[in-house]
Design a protein around this ligand. Sequence first.
Ligand code: NAD
Ligand code: TYD
Length: 351
Amino acid sequence: MAHSILITGGAGFIGSHVVRRFLDAFPDAHIVNLDALTYAGNLENLRDIEDNPRYTFVKGDITDAELVDRLFGEHGFDGVVHLAAESHVDRSIADPLAFVHTNVIGTVVLLHAAKKHWGEQTDGKRFYHVSTDEVYGTLGAEGLFTEDTPYDPRSPYSASKASSDHFVRAWYHTYGLPVVLSNCSNNYGSFQFPEKLLPLAIRNIRDGKPIPIYGDGKYTRDWLWVVDHARAIEVVYRDGVLGETYNIGGFNEWQNIDLIHLLCKVMDRKLNRPEGESAKLITFVKDRPGHDKRYAIDAGKIADKLGWKPSVTFEQGLEKTVDWYLANETWLEHVTSGAYKQYYEKQYADR
Ligand code: NAD
Ligand code: TYD
């Protein structure tokens, strides 16, 4: 029988890469993408695959229990890859309830439907919850997050994702739902909404606008190319052990200010500007409240157990990413027209 997979949030940044990857990797599978098309969801991210006969898009909300129940009934999903979420820390500080609603309630609605439809027949079934390293809190100068690091979320975003992770594990232990989880570091690459650091900086550098750096810029993140994350999700979906969690990371830590200096150098070269020109746009602004100092992932388990490793260096991934944004100006214009302007003004006005 054909494999039927529900991907939630497939019109977003990572989700669109996952839809593309899964269509390629599972040639017998039908993929249903359930996405509410919030400000972050965009069907332009999926233009190249939208006519694939093995792909169906459903515009809808994961918190709509009736809809989710109906989709399980109609499509007989045997897999769920759950990515739909409110995903931006700054927005979670401004509007935490939206994060609880989608990230917590939405996840529970999906778990509930999977349990109802799968019952005891869980052979070949899989509920994959995609999460973030931010659930582990913040690190000092040393150490890495492992799968055993205690949860210590500190922003409304990370608290909502941590809560959803706990619900997923509760459904595994209580009802035997066949779950698998992964917690990944910061992604970068094509189709990322320009509220996040890298696409926002690329756009501002291109336009000669200030690059806002929060605080002293000495905050550290681990960066992974989104295509490598989508590949890791495929590997965990196929071979991950039920009930287990896999940390995914790029073995690639950068302080924000160093990362932006590297980006400025690449942009100077791409835009034929004298070296040092773009870096003049760097502007230190008021810090994010509760800003986590450092995230760093030990991705040893997925490497050792499932044989996954990043396929590109950061320099290669960054080069591809800059090329993509410079070649896709129309995409960038579309996502930054209208509501983005209001968001940007509000977010950066008093910094
Ligand atoms: P994104 O904000 O780009 O996309 C989220 C998608 O979910 C959008 O298409 C949006 O329309 C959809 N969505 C939001 N609320 C919905 C709802 N109530 N019902 C249905 N659809 C809804 O996010 P992203 O960066 O692609 O992240 C995807 C997932 O990966 C999230 O769960 C996030 O927590 C996790 N993650 C992201 C990163 C990262 O660096 N971006 C890192 C680790 C984990
Ligand atoms: P972001 O891309 O929002 O991801 P996250 O908060 O999930 O790590 O931010 C990455 C880092 O960049 C984080 O330390 C906050 C910082 N940052 C800035 O300095 N300026 C900005 O305008 C933004 C959006 C982020």
